[in-house]
Design a protein around this ligand. Structure first.
Ligand code: GLV
Length: 322
């Protein structure tokens, strides 16, 4: 009997590849850059499973190109806004993601970005590199205080909670959060308080974004939102770039409506080097490395592979979104 065919849209850790090889023939895209749309549409033809990245747009056109054989789409990410999940559901195609294993790594990056943006790591290290480090200055490189400040978490899911936990316990921050549902355990464990979006904006010294990207959250941080924030506030985004209206962020940072931003995600990705955000001294940008640790990426590969294998066998996925 012929083995099912799986298109893997990028090289992933070996542990995932080895697992899938026992069950299917793999076609792995080995370039560092993603396959073009045209190539993607060609390579999915006749596949029973796709292992995709957050940068691959998987919509009805891709599902049509794959054909009736397609049983499962396994995203190598916790977020799945790149996949038309409703369309997959309509067609009876299972969809999986890779939660939990990247929670700590991503929360660590959120805290790192927050501290780096607050204490001006980018400007300070540029000063050293550019030979502009003069004398020790009593009034130079002044940044934001960290301990005991008010933290606003937008989206108190797994990563939001892990970030809040670090900052409440490590830096004594007071935690406010917005969430679709109350989180009594978080209130109890961290002394956190659920608030509305406007209160989060006006009372937080630091805001960390952990919501998924959907029609409601797209461009949630716009001119109006930035105008409500403290002029000393720092914003950090480790979820999806689209939650922030980047033109509004450029304006807010240039006009010092807020103090600084730390971004692990942007729109688009990669952000062109001549984008205005890149040149701003109060904006620190990382190339979407939230989950980039040994343990997280191996864990993601294992779950993504298990999702593929379960889907091929018509079984419930290890981590299912549809
Ligand atoms: C990364 O952004 C992910 O969704 O896993």
């Amino acid at each position: 009997m012929s083995r099912p065919k799986v298109f893997v849209t990028r090289r992933i850790p070996t542990v995932g590849i080895d697992r899938m090889r026992e069950h299917a023939d793999l076609d792995i895209w080995l370039d560092n850059l993603p396959p073009s749309r045209e190539t993607l549409l060609q390579r999915v033809a006749g596949c029973s499973a796709l292992l995709t990245l957050l940068s691959d747009r998987i919509d009805s056109e891709v599902m049509d190109a794959a054909g009736d054989s397609l049983q499962v789409i396994s995203n190598f990410a916790v977020g799945f806004n790149n996949i038309d999940v409703d369309e997959a559901r309509r067609r009876g195609i299972r969809v999986g993601n890779t939660p939990d294993v990247l929670t700590d790594a991503t929360a660590d990056i959120a805290v790192g970005l927050m501290l780096a943006a607050a204490r001006r790591f980018k400007q300070a290290s540029d000063q050293v590199r550019q030979g502009e480090w003069g004398a020790w200055e009593p009034t130079g490189m002044i940044g934001a205080d960290f301990s005991g400040q008010t933290l606003g978490i937008l989206g108190m899911g797994r990563i939001g909670k892990a970030t809040a936990n670090r900052l409440a316990k490590g830096w004594n921050m007071h935690v406010l959060y917005t969430s679709r549902s109350p989180k009594p355990d978080v209130n109890r464990q961290l002394g956190a308080k659920q608030v509305d979006f406007d209160t989060l904006l006006s009372e937080s010294d630091f805001i960390s974004i952990h919501t998924d990207l959907n029609a409601e959250t797209e461009a949630m941080f716009d001119d109006t939102a930035f105008a409500k924030m403290k002029s000393t506030a720092v914003i950090v985004n480790t979820s999806r770039g689209g939650v922030i209206d980047q033109d509004a962020l450029v304006k807010a940072l240039r006009e010092r409506k807020i103090r600084a931003a730390g971004l692990d995600v942007t729109s688009p990705e990669p952000l062109p080097p001549d984008h205005p955000l890149v040149g701003l001294e109060n904006c620190l940008i990382l190339p979407h490395i939230g989950s980039a640790t040994d343990r997280s990426r191996d864990g993601m590969a294992e779950i993504a592979a298990d999702n593929v294998i379960a889907g091929l066998n018509g079984q419930k996925l290890r981590c299912a979104v549809a």
